[in-house]
Write a protein that binds this ligand. Structure first.
Ligand code: ARG
Length: 470
């Protein structure tokens, strides 16, 4: 097909060049934004008297038909027309003739693609926000069910101190809540309207960029035309958000893999969220968690690729910027899929409360509490630590846990020990006593659940508001 920029060329484009240069295979997913943006642009051109109003109307009608055709699967995208912008414009002009040929007045593909990407980003922020909040809700619900479920908390993957499963899950809830805040930041970076920057230096026509911004629900308009066409910060912000989110899911994945191993057996994934082995009949593998952990690498890769792509680019548009799309789209697809499957996997997993409680009652995770006990009786913490360290060594040597050591034996280490130390050593008391703000005590945890639900509601309200602005 004839190139829309063919005027100064006397030869056809080499076929390899066509194929190499074209972005239509991936940027066709921007068709909706491209058409909506063009409708707003044409409407503004008509209102500003830059093109006849009748032409603007014809353009709008023609574009709506093209949208319907694409959605019905009746549009063939041509590689020779390079990208989504020229595919749609060429088809429009083919359909409505000279009015269509006026659409690109006061516009370049440089500001057009930037507009499409900003609009697309805003829509995806809302869709991803919904999935994120759904997962937050799942974590809150499961945490609420396990307010009383005791388990060992780990440092260095060694049993450290007793906690509840709720406390552990709420840690992830808090991470996701920050992810949502970062997502709001992505929105802010995307909610700036670039059209009207032209190729680089604006236009000689009396355009109204604020009219376009208000038609398309943008809060702001780029204040500098060169910045408008070369800014990809919002893509980087999104990829940073996506990388951090995947990092959170990946850490949880690691725990899901550990917890579902026979060695831990803290959870069992629902059969619908696990897979088998082609050779070993007994296997039930946590493939979903492993895949999410694995896919984290490629999302990091997209962030890295984009940082490197832009780092050496002189202003303004360079074709390198076309490379912003595939990584971004893949990151979007990856996090949406991961969030969706994760919500359902966590909501349906079985929690082996007994296994968790066994683990926490047969170990030394109550040792800090014994040291704190001595501190309450007046011993400086550093000395208490030393004394309990010796008690632990003694217990290990004699094949006992701390509650099994007798008071007479304890007295050998310190005469501050009394009968009441046994109460201190019970895991539920260890948890209950950790009432410091943010701690796992049942009372504190209940407050965290309430606060979590409040935050979730606030985030829902934010999302509802953004929904109206896409
Ligand atoms: N397909 C291009 C991209 O995604 C559109 C902008 C092309 N602009 C240009 N001057 N060649 O970046």
């Amino acid at each position: 097909m004839a190139k829309l920029w063919g005027g100064r060329f006397s030869k056809n484009t080499n076929e390899l060049v066509d194929a190499f240069n074209a972005s239509i295979e991936f940027d066709k997913r921007l068709y909706h934004e491209d058409i909506r943006g063009s409708i707003a642009h044409a409407t503004m051109l008509g209102r500003a008297g830059i093109i006849p109003v009748a032409d603007a109307e014809e353009i709008v009608t023609g574009l709506k038909q093209i949208l319907a055709d694409i959605e019905a699967g009746n549009f063939s995208f041509e590689v020779s027309l390079e990208d989504i912008h020229m595919n749609i414009e060429a088809r429009l002009t083919e359909r409505i003739g000279s009015a269509g040929a006026r659409l690109h007045t006061a516009r370049s593909r440089n500001d057009q693609v930037a507009l499409d990407m900003h609009m697309y980003m805003k829509r995806e922020v809302v869709e991803i926000g919904e999935l994120l909040l759904k997962f937050e809700q799942v974590l809150l619900t499961v945490a609420k069910e396990h307010e009383k479920t005791l388990m060992p908390g780990y440092t260095h993957l060694q049993r450290a101190q007793p906690i509840t499963f709720a406390h552990h899950l709420l840690a992830y809830f808090n991470m996701l809540q920050r992810d949502f805040r970062r997502l709001q930041g992505v929105w802010a970076g995307a909610d700036i309207m670039p059209l009207g920057a032209g190729a680089i230096a604006g236009t000689t026509f009396p355009i109204d960029r604020f009219d376009v911004a208000s038609q398309l629900n943008f809060a702001d308009v780029y204040a500098n035309s060169m910045d408008a066409v070369s800014d990809r910060d919002y893509v980087l912000e999104f990829l940073s958000f996506a990388s951090i989110l995947m990092m959170h899911l990946s850490r949880l994945s690691e725990e899901v893999c550990l917890w579902s191993s026979t060695e831990f057996a803290f959870i069992e994934l629902d059969d619908a969220f696990a897979t088998g082995s082609s050779m070993m009949p007994q296997k039930k593998n946590p493939d979903i968690a492993e895949l999410v952990r694995g896919k984290t690498g490629r999302v990091y890769g997209h962030l890295q690729a984009m940082l490197v792509t832009v780092k050496g680019l002189p202003l303004t548009y360079n074709k390198d910027l076309q490379e912003d799309k595939e990584g971004l789209f893949d990151a979007i697809d990856t996090i949406k899929f991961s969030l969706a499957v994760y919500s359902d996997m966590i909501a349906t997993m079985k929690v082996n409360v007994d296994k968790m409680e066994q683990a926490v009652s047969k170990d030394f995770s109550n040792a800090t509490d014994l040291a704190d006990y001595l501190v309450r009786k007046g011993l400086p913490f550093r000395q208490a630590h030393e004394v309990v360290g010796k008690c632990v060594a003694y217990a290990i040597k004699n094949g006992k846990f701390l509650p099994e050591v007798t008071l007479t034996e304890y007295k050998e280490f310190s005469d501050l020990f009394e009968e009441d130390l046994l109460e201190t050593l019970k895991p539920e008391n260890c948890v209950a006593a950790r009432t410091s703000y943010g701690g796992p005590a049942f009372t504190e945890n209940a407050k965290q659940l309430i606060r979590g639900a409040e935050i979730l509601n606030m985030q829902r309200a934010v999302l509802e508001d953004l929904h109206k602005k896409i």
